[in-house]
Design a protein around this ligand. Sequence first.
Ligand code: P6P
Length: 338
Amino acid sequence: MSGQFEQLVLPIGTTLDRFINTQQSNFPFAKGEFSQLLRDIAIASKIVNREINRAGLANIAGSFGAHNNHGEEQQKLDIVANVRFTRALKLGGEVCAIASEEDEEMIDTGNHNGKYVVAIDPLDGSSNIDVNVAVGTIFSIYRRISPAGTAPTQEDILQKGTNQVAAGYILYGSSTMLVLTSGAGVDGFTYEPSLGEYYLSHPNMRMPSNGKIYSVNESSFAGFPPGVQDYIRYCHEHNFSARYIGSFVADFHRNLLKGGIFMYPESLKSPEGKLRLMYECFPLAFIVEQAGGKASQGGKRILDIEPKRLHQRSPLYIGSAEMVESLEKHLLLDRVRV
Ligand code: P6P
């Protein structure tokens, strides 16, 4: 066929499925089980995507009328997303245990031969759904520590961030994207609903080393550590743009593409910070480092933290490496000053 016809019929790209198969060498643990686990997550995300898009019509928007174990008001879609992802992982058979934001205790899936455990925030930022703002799913994948064939233990779930074998998020935004790493870079896939497939749209994503966007809820400014207050003043003085959507995955994704820093410091209101280590900080810290960025607790690398509790929170400073380093310098200067 001549070139001009080829131009008319552009290829639609590589599906997530084919990517996983052809990239097997990049997925250090990608035997059949690991690839199947990623497929299980992708399938659940397609169903959740459909339910988010029709929430207003199907009476599944709004509050569920209960509170989760963090005292946060549960949205109907929090429950729906939690059921969809945990059910997909249970039925998929590859996962022996799940830590979900929506469940107080670790879930024993009953798949005691499953090699993997998953930590997941099924729907982060769900309170934004009623106002049609982007929300996300965040997940981490670990290899179990306890022997196959036995019941999973807390040790299987409470692993350091550096033990992750893969991490990703799905952003349900103007388009739905799945962003994934398994330790060999970061790749983004855009969902084509008419075909029901994710297609590789952002190969080898890199976080700009610097930027001029800072994301923080400045209403808590008075309670921030002085070093953070100094850094925010630095952003003001250098005419940085303040961008804060109130949906972590959306803020992170914009900064990943454009450069920037997201901050959720400890404050009087949130003495440990707000974001949870296992299924918010760790997965996005893995992704950001794989894309060339940094994720810090303010003086310690997020991925090096030893989790003690399933729903442990942590202060979080994540994004362009030079911006995170500048924030850390402001914190250090403050400590030296006192
Ligand atoms: P605040 C959503 O509830 C969330 O967990 C993140 O997605 C978001 O970045 C943060 O909380 C917003 O918290 O206290 O600024 O409303």
